[in-house]
Structure formats: structure tokens, C-alpha cells
Design a protein around this ligand. Sequence first.
Ligand code: ZN
Length: 338
Amino acid sequence: MQLFDVAYGRELLPEIPKIVNAPFLIVSAKDLWPKFEATFADADCHVYLVESLEIVDLERHLTELPHIKAIVGIGGGVAIDVAKYFAWRLNLPLYQCPTSMSVNAPFAQRAAVRDKGILKYVGWAIPEIVYVDYDIVRSAPDFINRSGVGDIVCYYTGHWDWAYAQREGRCEVKWPYDPEWIAAADEVMQSVITNTADIRDVNDRGVRTLMDALRWGGAAFNNTGWNPRPIEGSEHTFFYSLEHLTHRPFLHGQIVSLGVLLMSHLQDNDPDFIKGKLDEMGVAYQPEDMNITWGDVRDGLRHMQDYWKQSGNLWYTIATETPITDGWLDEVEAWVSG
Ligand SMILES: [Zn+2]
């Protein structure tokens, strides 16, 4: 298993100019940078604030960068991904400083970028280290930090989907059902769903618990030989389908958490259990929490089968062929809302 090195602590950003080879490039986000700017006032560094995730834009910006010797990513999802992309393309040392816990991006090798609007995971960048500053992470809104459990609780529905595909004889030849990977991922999921109070409070132990889990999950796609089945299932199909219809950005863990509820219900996979866990952690999974309607959710659910066919690269899950009836939609809406 290749997992990224990580250090937890406090007041970690002021250490960056002392350890990173100058001049270095800080990649951050417009809304976050004012919070951290003063720390780097005297540092020999340049600042790049992410405006676009499109490869064509990033490639152009790469040619316009000043002379630098290292890259430092400071931010949530987008800054971390662009820092990764630049470090990969320029072959420079990378340091990552996530400012919240919404995604596992700081712990994954590939960068999530867009190719004419289509999400692509490309590149290979392993940071020297990931610095998790408790106070910085805890200063992010609670709903963002708690949403980070989405990419862990999705193992719940993803594992059911894998077993289902095996029963139906629909497992991909390259991804046969593997109880060892299921057990390894389940251990990580248990570490989160047995510490719900700490995660809800976003206290130091909650930050460490969830970040350690995301650390495992971020590197898992590579460690499984690029097999998504141990860590993703129909809940992600729902998210891709909805994103494809609405063309709007989502807080990843939040929409995936809603997907876990919907798909566990469709699977008849003890949905009350996982809903209870998400409620204990205070995850904001209702459609109104993400400014969408139940009409949008229903459209996303109805579109899953078409999306599965169109995408051509999604694995077989409960979302692939199960009829989405009006009766079930009414039932699941009442259950999630209740
Ligand atoms: Zn995900």
C-alpha cells in the first residue's frame, strides 16, 4: 500500500517558507487566499489563484509561470488538484495543505481536471508531505468538513453493488469480487462510523480520524490497480448522472452522501442504519442543503440508466438496470425527508 506521508499539528503554514525551496509557487483559491496571505508576506514566493480546471487553460498558464523550484497547494478541492497538476507537469516537489475535509484529493495521485467540461483524473504527483493544520481545517464551515464522510460511507453501497454484480454474473473480468479489498475498505469505514461524535464536533480526534480514512481512500484507486469497486458504487453513478443533467458544481461529499441514502434504499440494504450514522455525524444531505429540489433528484435518478449507457466506462451496479418507478421515488423522498 502506498499512502501519502501526513503530519498533523498547529501553526504549520509559517513553517512552509523555512522548508520549501524558494522561490516557490503557492496554488490557492480566490475566496481562501485572503485568510493566509499575511503569513507569506515576506516569503520568496509567487501566488496562483485557480480560475479554471480546464486542461487547455492550465497548460497555457504553465507557460506563463515565473521561475519556481517547488509547489505548495493551500485550499479545498480545486487548489489541491491544480497544485498536483502543475507539480506533475513541471516535475517539481509538492507540498499540500488542505484547508477542509470535503474530499480525498490531497491523498490521491491523479489530479481531477476538466477536458472541455468532462471530468478527467490525470497525472501522477506524490507530495513530499500533506500538512493538516487542525485550526485551519476547523475554521472551515462544519457542513463542509462533515461532508468529507461521503467518500467513506460510499463503501457501504459500493460493496453491496460489487456483491450484487457477482451474484448476477456481471462483474467485470478485470475486477472480480475480492473479499480482501472489501475487508480492508470496511475497516476504514468502521473507523469513521464508530467515531460519529468526534466527526460531528470536528474536534482534533474527528479531524485525524476522517483525514486518516481519506488518506487510505485517496490512494486506494492506485493501490487496487485502478479498480474503483472497493471504494465507489451506484451512489457515484447517481452523482455523475445528476451533474450531467444540471451542469452545476456540487460539494462532492454532500451529494455522494445523499446518493448513499438513495442507493441503500434501492438496494434494500438496511438504509435506516446508514441514515442513522449520517444523522449522528450531522451530515447535511437534504437536497435543499445543496440548493437543488426533489424534482432535480428524481430527474437524476431517472437518468442513471441512460447515463450508465452513455458513459461506457461505469461498472455494473443497482443503478444500471433497476426500474426507477414513481412509487419508489415517492417512497424514498418521504423516507429521506422524514
Ligand atoms: Zn467520490
